[in-house]
Design a protein around this ligand. Sequence first.
Ligand code: PMP
Length: 354
Amino acid sequence: MIRGMAITVREDLAGIPDYVPGRKIPGAVVLSSNEVAGAPPEAIVKAIAEAAAEINRYPAWSSDDLVDKLSERLAVEPGRLAVGCGSTSLCQQLIQAVCRPGDEVLFSWRSFEAYPILAQVVGAGARRVPLTADYRQDVDALLAAVTDATRLVFVCNPNNPTGTVVHADDVTRLIEGVPEHVLVVLDEAYREFITDPEVPDGLKLARERDNVAMMRTFSKAYGLAGARAGYLVAPPEVAAGVRKVAIPFSVNRLAQAAALTALDIADELLARCAAVVAERGRVYPELRALGYDVPVSQGNFVWLPLGERAMEFNEFCVERKILVRSFAGDGSRVTIGLPEENDAFLAAARDFPR
Ligand code: PMP
């Protein structure tokens, strides 16, 4: 027998789609990953370069300086905090820390693509609840879908990819309506782009309630998608579990330095979000006027529910060197970029034969 022939990987992994990297087209307008356009400020580049000079040393085990600064900034005790290699990692750690075999994670669909994948990787069940006809997360349907096996309910606020939000009254109804064994997780990756005053502050809820966790990231508003850092605020026992299952040193030295500096220059970085919000306010009505059924978005992206024509629209954009993120049979998500990038996308939307 050939050595190694008896070694197999879990059969269920065949059901997980391979990651399809975004196409590399030189000079393309990249509106496919909800990043913030524009190079990082000098202070960030300098902090990363300084950290690089000590790259022979392991980083702080639990990102102590970053946790301390976040604790102060967010007015949250360090015991309720966990820093992770992006909030994607925190999402996985949370499922790992909370779910036992047979347990389930509940979320709306369509939502952040990582939820079902991470649940499956960890060995938890994933239960999807359809969005409403107007692309919103349906709190009543989520409540009705909770079972004895449910441990986590993810609420993506605003929802990726539709941009729609869940208002405070509905979030409260969910938090108060779930049974005691369920933790409500507010994924606020796009928090800084919200202008709707009816959207609750997940940080406040995570501080005040014992069945709420909240995740945010440095990838979007802070412009550090390439660095990989995010944070979670949760009840102390949950946060401790999330810290325990982390891969040691996964928030690397460069990411910690970048995130610390990003907090120092938060005002400058958040000013860029205001520009994105202004552009969103320009792009949205134009798309509506063109006849696209775009829901109101509170993220740095818009959703074109093109159904069966989503991939056709995707190719139409690629031909014009515009990269968007499309989901076959469902729709296309387009990041709000710089004004000239948005103009290029709007021109494509205008010319797309319908
Ligand atoms: N949550 C949502 C809803 C997202 O869209 C993303 C990024 N696409 C994340 C979490 C994770 O971001 P990161 O891992 O870069 O922090």
